[in-house]
Design a binder for this molecule. Structure first.
Ligand code: GLA
Length: 395
């Protein structure tokens, strides 16, 4: 974790609240190797927690109120259990967008019958916002473990992820799946996580030894993404409603095998059919990836990533020109096994699987190639899979 950021938060906390904080909580963002837009269809995903965190310096406030200073935004809010029910701060003003994430976590913890003592907190994030690296889930999970510490209760990391999901879907209002909160809570150093989003059973897997994950940021930030995201989710539900007429036993698109889908796709409105086809094919791809990983088949894995990008671009239609350019440049470079847009799409980062030997040149050439095409200088970095959310005492 960034030492300077810790130091800055310590200073800012002491300036704001008079004496130093007692704890640090941290929770990482995530990258996803395969299984995009399938978590809310009960599919399989393959994310990893990344080595970039949201960090909170905090302690008990000693009252029912929580006061949070968002260091990156230089903004503060104070709320309590009653005011968050109305999505208001303690003065009766509407909570700002950023404050809805921690407030939603407080609300969801409280709804689970667990204690949420008031806290004083200063927080900041190394996870860029709107870049598809799950900055919101990292904020949720960092506050989740902070309240777990102060409330003196414990949950399994996957249960904490469920709390975060409830906050995001029912409080913030994005109809997302559990992947991001799961990766942020359950991450394991140097491992990929393979999650069945229906049973919530997961196991960890190693990347092939010669492969590394590279994240490249188009620097395009998502706009109007929440409504487009909710719209994609709604199309998947519509597909299930119609397909149930032919396959009464299905619950979600997870239950529709590829061949059955081909048989009935013509019964769906054109756009709905495209969305559903992406999901059905993507779930099939994630089923294949396990075998490939066990055989250390980086090339096979990378090809599935490339196929995934085409499908997200043409069927799910969540790409944008900059993401497509970044992926095209990456795929043309030596040592690139696969490249695709990462996360919800509409801007943000690409994820690349690259040979360890080629990675330095790859990062350099990708940055230059993209800058030539767009005039934007991207951030390109090697990502090391990290552990999930945790709390430690300030020394
Ligand atoms: C966002 C959501 C996740 C998931 C991805 C797309 O990150 O929060 O639940 O749906 O998009 O795979």
């Amino acid at each position: 974790m960034n030492i300077n950021l810790r130091q800055n938060l310590l200073t800012a906390f002491t300036n704001r609240f008079g004496t130093p904080p007692v704890f640090f909580a941290r929770a990482p963002g995530r990258v996803n190797l395969l299984g995009e837009h399938v978590d809310y269809n009960d599919g399989f995903v393959l994310p990893a927690a990344i080595d970039r965190d949201t960090l909170i310096a905090f302690r008990k406030s000693g009252t029912a109120r929580s006061t949070l200073f968002a260091y990156d935004l230089r903004e503060e809010t104070t709320f309590d259990q009653q005011s968050v029910l109305r999505k208001q701060d303690s003065n009766g003003l509407p909570l700002s967008t950023w404050a809805r994430y921690p407030a939603g976590v407080l609300w969801a913890i409280h709804a689970a019958g667990l204690d949420t003592p008031g806290l004083e907190a200063v927080f900041a994030s190394e996870v860029p916002r709107g870049a598809g690296l799950s900055s919101s889930a990292s904020v949720e999970m960092a506050f989740g473990v902070a309240w777990e510490k102060l409330g003196a209760w414990t949950l399994l990391p996957i249960q904490l992820a469920q709390i975060g999901l409830k906050a995001e879907t029912q409080y913030v209002g994005v109809t997302c799946g559990i992947m991001d909160q799961f990766a942020s809570a359950c991450g394991v150093k140097d491992r990929l996580l393979y999650l069945d989003c229906r049973s919530l059973v997961y196991h960890t897997m190693k990347l092939p030894g010669e492969a590394v994950i590279v994240i490249a940021d188009t620097s395009v930030r998502r706009s109007l993404a929440n409504s487009a995201y909710n719209d994609r989710h709604a199309s998947c539900e519509e597909a299930v409603r119609i397909l149930k007429g032919y396959m009464p036993n299905i619950r979600t698109l997870r239950d529709v095998p590829v061949d059955q889908f081909r048989r009935y796709a013509g019964k769906l409105p054109t756009t709905v059919a495209k969305r559903a086809q992406h999901v059905v094919d993507e779930i099939a791809r994630t089923n294949q990836v396990i075998n490939l990983l066990e055989k250390n088949d980086s090339a096979g894995f990378g090809k599935l990533m490339n196929d995934c990008h085409v499908s997200l671009r043409d069927l799910y239609e969540v790409s944008c020109p900059e993401l497509d350019m970044m992926v095209t440049v990456a795929q043309s470079l030596p040592g690139c096994y696969g490249a695709r847009l990462n996360g919800a799409g509409f801007g943000g980062c690409t994820v690349n699987l690259v040979s360890r030997q080629a990675v330095k040149f790859f990062a350099f050439d990708l940055g230059n190639g993209y800058a030539k095409m767009t005039g934007k200088q991207p951030e390109v970095y090697i990502c090391h899979a990290a552990d999930g959310a945790s709390v430690e005492k300030v020394k």
